[in-house]
Each structure stands twice: as C-alpha cells, then as structure tokens.
Design a protein around this ligand. Structure first.
Ligand code: ARG
Length: 461
C-alpha cells in the first residue's frame, strides 16, 4: 500500500528499507501523547476556523476510539505504518473517512514527534520525582531509626572517624535531593510546546500556538520553529539527570555490596533481594546491588548515544533525530526500575551493629578528637597532631587503642600529656561532640532529618 506521503513516488519502498526506516516498533509507546497532541491541534484548528466544529467533533471521537482500540490491544502495528503518527492518522481515516485527512493541516511530523516526545519527557520527569520521593522517605525513616547507631566513616577506604548510621543515610539523602531538584530544573526549561512549528518554518494558516500549548499543559509555545524541530537538549538533560542519579545509585550499591561481604558483614540484605549460586550451596549473593551498579553503565551509554547523534547535526530536521527515542526510553525505564529496587532493598536491609562494633575498635577512629582536645588545652594543633601520631605508634606496638594507654605510656611521648588532657575519647563522646552544622552528632543529624522532611513536603507530584 502506498504511504501517506507517496504522491510523487513511482516505486514502492524496498522491504528492507521499510524496516530500516520505520520507528513504529519503539515509538508506538507514544500513542497516548500522539492522540493528546492531535486532539489539542484539531481543537485549535476549529477555534481558528480552519476546520468546522462538526469536523472537529468527528476527528476527536475517532481519535478517542483509536486510543481505546490501542489500549485494548486491538491494533497490531506493522512496519507498513512507519511511525505512530502515520499509524494513528491512517486508522483515523479508515474509521471516519476523508474528514480524517484534514487533521494534518498546519502540522508536520517534525513538530508532531517533538510534541509527543516532550509530553513523554514531562510525564517521565514527574514519575521519576515520585519514585525518588519514595526513596527519600525510606532514607529519612532509616536515618531516624539509626540516629544513635555508630559505624565507621572512611576516607581512602581506611578507617577515618566514627559516624552515625543516621548521618550516613542523610549523606545519600542529599544526593537524591539534588537529583529531584535537577529534574525540576529540566522541567522548567523544557515545558514549552513545539506544536505548530510545522516542518521548520511555521505556517501561513492562522493558527494559535498559545492555545495548543495551553491545552497540552505547556507554559507557552516555543519561540523559534526551526529550533523547535531540531532541539533535543531536553532529551540530553533528562539523560544527564538519569546518568547522574544512576551514578549515585551505583555508588550506594557498591557500598552495600561491600558492607555485605564476609569481610565486613555490616549489613544483612533481605533474602528477597538476594540470589543463590547454582553450584555453591552456601552462597547468598548481593546480585541486586551488583545489578544496580551495572545498570549505571548502560544509562551512561544512553546519554553518550544521544550526545553523539546530536554532534554535527545541521538545522533543521534530519532523520537522524529518529534515533532520539530508544536510548531515552531505555534510560527512563532502567532508572525507574533501579530506584524502585533500591528503595525496597534499603527498606529491608538491617545493620549488624555487633559486627560493626568489632570494627569500630580498630583504626584509631578517635585520633582526630584526641588531637582536638590537646589543641583546646592550648597545644597548637599541628603539634597536637604530631603528638597523637607518636601515640598511635606506641599503641600499634602495644596492640591497643588510644583510650587504653595509661599515664606511664603517655609521659614519655610528651611530658605535658595526661589522661585528663586527652579528654573523653570514647567513640560515643567523639560522635556526640561533632555537632557543627552538617556534622555527625545525633542532635545535628536530627536537625538534618527535620530539614529533609520539610523540604520533602515541597516536592509535589
Ligand atoms: N518517525 C519520525 C521521528 O521519529 C517522525 C518525523 C519524520 N519526519 C520526516 N520528515 N521524515 O523522527
């Protein structure tokens, strides 16, 4: 059958080329957006006197019926349809006759596919904000439950300072908070309607682009038709948002796998989030954490694909743009699933505080605090740092902690040193004392949790 654009052609398209050219396999999922866009378009055409009220009614009824048919799985798409825009238009004319052919007045697939994709991106942004919000709620809950529980803070993967588990959770809270804010930024910049840009240069029909923008829930129409059909910045921004957020997920997944190792055993990941081995009966593997880490690479790939397609793209529409969809869909689907899996896994993961306690006694986590106490007593910090460094050496020889050294061991290192001067260097004391803004002290973490809760209330979906 000849294509909707086939007027000037003498030959049918080659079969392989048909398949190569078609995007229906992946853009069929935009059918709702396509029909919403067409309904807004024809409503505007009628209001501007370009089609009659009666024609508008017939077209809208036809489009709504097609939406239902697709939802009910009654339409089987084929490469003959080329893309979702042609498929819907063809079906419309089959259903309501020649009046269906008026729908494409003052519109091109170039602005139509962009309207659909922008609607998709808007919906994806709102859905991702919702998923990340659920994750943030779980993080707040876990932070609250663990506000007094201690763990090890690392730098260079070495024992550094004692922290609370609540504090650690709130660090992740901040990362996902920025992810949500980034999504809002993306939304604000992309929330403009390209519909009515037509092929690339606008139209001589007296259309009302502000009306279609409004009907579709966009802030306003885009300013320049040529840019509108060629702009994929918003896809790249969403892909970047996804890539950054996946990086956060992957970093956490790495820590979870690591804390779950036999060497650490800091956490217990719920059975329902682990798998076994086909050969080693004893195994309980943190596969979901590993997959979360692995999927990050895939989303980076999606971003790189889109950036590469856009490099060197001349104005205005080029068929290369059809490659804007698969990676975007893949990134959104992958990211969405990863956030949901991470949320469930975090909710069900418990901390093995007895195991953590064994590790807490190693690595001189209280050394900074001991030096701080000497500095408070008047010894310049640089000197205090050196004194505690020498004490650490003594402890290593004696195989004990700083808190275990008696006066007889302190004096030879520096005559000014006394147990009293070293002060409270219990790990609880160290943590309690770090109440500077943003610090790990339970009272400060409670403030962070309260601030987090308040902010989360402003996140509306
Ligand atoms: N399927 C196409 C796409 O996704 C629609 C636009 C086609 N426009 C054109 N002039 N061939 O980009």
């Amino acid at each position: 059958m000849a294509s909707l654009w086939g007027g000037r052609f003498e030959k049918e398209m080659d079969d392989l080329v048909k398949e190569f050219n078609a995007s229906i396999r992946f853009d069929a999922r935009l059918f709702r957006e396509d029909i919403d866009g067409s309904i807004a378009h024809v409503t505007m055409l009628a209001s501007c006197g370009i089609v009659t009220e009666e024609e508008k009614q017939q077209i809208i009824e036809g489009l709504n019926a097609i939406r239902q048919e697709i939802e009910d799985g009654k339409i089987v798409f084929s490469t003959e349809d080329e893309d979702i825009h042609m498929a819907v238009e063809k079906r419309l004319t089959e259903k309501i006759g020649d009046v269906g052919k008026k729908l494409h007045t003052a519109r091109s697939r170039n602005d139509q596919c962009q309207t659909d994709l922008r609607l998709f991106v808007k919906r994806a942004i709102l859905s991702m904000i919702g998923e990340l919000k659920n994750l943030e709620e779980v993080i707040l809950q876990k932070a609250q439950e663990n506000v007094n529980e201690m763990t090890i803070g690392f730098t260079h993967i070495q024992h550094a300072q004692p922290i609370t588990i609540g504090f650690l959770f709130m660090a992740y809270f901040q990362m996902f908070k920025r992810d949500i804010e980034r999504l809002y930024d993306t939304l604000e910049r992309m929330d403009y309607s390209p519909l009515g840009s037509c092929a690339m240069a606008g139209t001589s029909f007296p259309i009302d682009r502000a009306m279609t923008a409004d009907l579709l829930g966009f802030i306003a129409p885009t300013e320049n038709a040529m840019d509108s059909v060629s702009d994929r910045d918003y896809c790249i921004e969403l892909l970047s948002d996804a890539a950054i957020s996946m990086m956060h997920i992957s970093r956490w997944a790495e820590e979870l796998a690591w804390w779950n190792s036999s060497e650490f055993s800091f956490i217990d990941i719920d059975d329902s989030y682990c798998t076994g081995s086909s050969i080693m009966p004893q195994k309980k593997n943190p596969d979901m954490a590993e997959l979360l880490r692995g999927k990050c690479g895939r989303v980076y790939g999606d971003l790189m694909q889109m950036l590469t397609v856009m490099k060197g793209m001349p104005l205005s529409y080029n068929k290369d743009f059809q490659e804007d969809k698969e990676s975007l869909f893949d990134a959104v689907d992958t990211w969405n699933m990863c956030v949901r899996v991470l949320t469930g896994m975090i909710e069900k993961t418990t901390f093995r505080t007895e195991k953590i306690a064994e590790h807490l006694s190693r690595g001189f986590l209280n050394a900074t605090d001991a030096a701080d106490h000497l500095a408070v007593a008047g010894i310049p910090f640089r000197e205090a740092h050196a004194i505690i460094g020498r004490l650490v050496k003594v402890c290593e020889e004696k195989n004990c902690g700083l808190e275990d050294l008696g006066e007889e061991a302190l004096q030879p290192v520096d005559p000014r040193l006394t147990k009293e001067l070293l002060g409270d260097i219990s790990l609880e004391g160290c943590v309690r004392a770090r109440k500077s803004f943003g610090g790990t002290a339970p009272e400060e973490v409670l403030r962070q949790i309260e601030a987090g809760k308040e902010w989360l209330l402003t996140v509306e979906v």
